[in-house]
Design a binder for this molecule. Structure first.
Ligand code: GLN
Length: 494
């Protein structure tokens, strides 16, 4: 094998191939990525915790299994970066919050268990907006992550660390979680691939809860096939998650391979009319329309589909998600996990709880807890939370009706490219707009993927494909077909 640093430029599929044949050891691959992290992460800040020791031990185990003649899985020996929202046994898990500083969970989340069982090598935990609330990773209690395309810009959020780690070649694979767009939007603005699986298609066991009816862990990668391989490894039924769907993972890998042949004959795609009017930057729209033309050339039939209730998705989400968060975050009380403030023997339990929450939660998290508590309070419940649930039903009906006409819906992933750090923190509404196009999918529960489709002013633009629930394979086929035409995107050297 050539230079070590070259190993960080390979796809996950290529790395797994080298490890399987013995052309590169998993330890060598891991060291190359740890060296890369050491070289660039002081500028990118994708990681909150790098587990060098754990990673090298896991890699050595893969090498030993290979030496013993064991059959290795399709991603064995491939490094992966995990969003700090998933519990990792004995490895710090902060969810980007001070309230969990120093907490080492006593168990692995199902996703992490499956990653380990597949022989992938966890490099560490990636930065995120506190409790996954945000669109820029600026709300992390541990400082922002920088976009490898332009270090003065945001990498998206909440999972900006995972996507930035990919774009900076610190990891070939990463895990994110998507409640309103937190896998797809960072994917879009960093020029990487991010897929939100069908709700219930990936396990929430050990995923620190933000909004339980929306939270969905999923794969992030630099290309569509790698994302599909990772999806297959982490997906599927988990009896420890009551909302997990008792069905096998749709064949996303076969679909990605089929799409890569560049033939979309017989596939019908619907442009969401509500998302191509005003609202998106001209450069984003130009890249989107060029991609639509490319898909048509591959044989796809393109129509416009109106989803009239999508315009209410953002306000409905900002009632439902904070409502669920206000209940989920009640467990951070200074007694059970992490931080405890003011426990000097003279204060009441209530005072200690209140001091801990005051010190441990950041401003955006407090805003969400207050919004949610208000929306759920008696007297306002019907007008806010109840109304938002009705809107959710109408949005689901829009999707169902659309999928009677088309195989998948398409739109830009985000209205704008990566913005400068600091540009939107003063106005929460401006920040919330980043998820304008991704939120409907979460409310419906179906899958959505963002795949890079071009550049606007030198910054990446994402193309979103939305499919019916448990038809995740469809979006991979279209995404891989688009990738076969536009290729993958590499940021300027760091
Ligand atoms: N940006 C959205 C929010 O702040 C979505 C977050 C997410 O998907 N975790 O709620």
């Amino acid at each position: 094998m050539s230079e070590r640093s070259d190993l960080t430029r390979l796809t996950a599929t290529e790395i797994a191939g080298l490890v399987a044949t013995g052309e590169a050891s998993a330890v060598e691959v891991t060291r190359a990525h740890l060296d890369r992290i050491a070289a660039v992460d002081d500028r990118v800040h994708a990681f909150l915790h790098v587990d060098s020791e754990g990673a090298l031990a896991a890699a050595a185990e893969v090498d030993a299994r290979r030496a013993a003649g064991e059959e290795l899985g399709p991603l064995a020996g491939v490094p992966v970066a995990v969003k700090d929202v998933l519990t990792t046994k004995g490895v710090p898990t902060t969810v980007g919050s001070k309230i969990l500083e120093g907490w080492r969970p006593p168990y692995d989340s199902t996703i992490v268990q499956r990653l380990r069982a597949a022989g992938t090598v966890m490099l560490g935990k990636t930065n995120m907006d506190e409790f996954a609330m945000g669109s820029s990773t600026e709300y992390s209690a541990y400082g922002p992550t920088h976009n490898p395309w332009d270090l003065s810009r945001i990498p998206g959020g909440s999972g900006g660390g995972s996507s930035a780690a990919l774009a900076a070649y610190e990891a070939p694979l990463a895990i994110g979680s998507d409640t309103g767009g937190s896998i797809r939007q960072p994917g879009a603005v960093t020029g990487t691939v991010g897929a939100k699986p069908t709700y219930g298609g990936t396990s929430r066991y050990g995923l620190v809860a933000f909004s339980s009816s929306l939270d969905t862990p999923g794969p992030c990668a630099r290309n569509v096939l790698d994302a599909a391989l990772l999806h297959e490894v982490i997906g599927g039924h988990d009896p420890r998650d009551s909302t997990s769907i008792p069905q096998p993972v749709p064949d996303v890998v076969a679909a990605a391979r089929l799409g890569a042949t560049g033939d979309l004959t017989g596939v019908k795609l619907g442009i969401v009319s509500e998302f191509v009017g005003e609202g998106a930057e001209p450069g984003v729209m130009a890249a989107f329309h060029e991609s639509v033309d490319a898909l048509a050339k591959l044989g796809a039939e393109i129509v416009e589909v109106s989803c009239p209730h999508f315009r209410y998705a953002l306000p409905a989400y900002y009632l439902i998600a904070p409502s669920e968060a206000s209940s989920n975050l009640a467990r951070f009380d200074g007694v059970r996990f992490g931080l405890r403030v003011g426990d000097d023997g003279n204060r009441s339990l209530e005072e200690v709880m209140s001091l801990t929450r005051e010190a441990g939660f950041g401003a955006e998290v407090k805003r969400r807890i207050m919004l949610g508590t208000y929306a759920l309070s008696s007297g306002y419940y019907d007008a806010y939370y109840g109304q938002a649930q009705k809107v959710r039903t109408l949005i689901t009906r829009d999707f169902t009706a659309a999928f009677e006409r088309v195989d998948a819906l398409i739109s830009p992933t985000t209205p704008f490219v990566a913005f400068p750090i600091g540009a939107r923190t003063a106005d929460p509404y401006q920040m919330y707009l980043a998820d304008l196009f991704t939120i409907p999918t979460n409310l419906y529960g179906g899958p959505g993927i963002s795949v890079p489709c071009g550049l606007s002013e030198g910054l990446p633009v994402g193309f979103q494909i939305m499919a019916p629930t448990m038809a995740d394979d469809r979006m991979y086929r279209v995404a891989a077909a688009l990738e076969s035409v536009v290729g993958t995107f590499t940021p300027p050297a760091l």
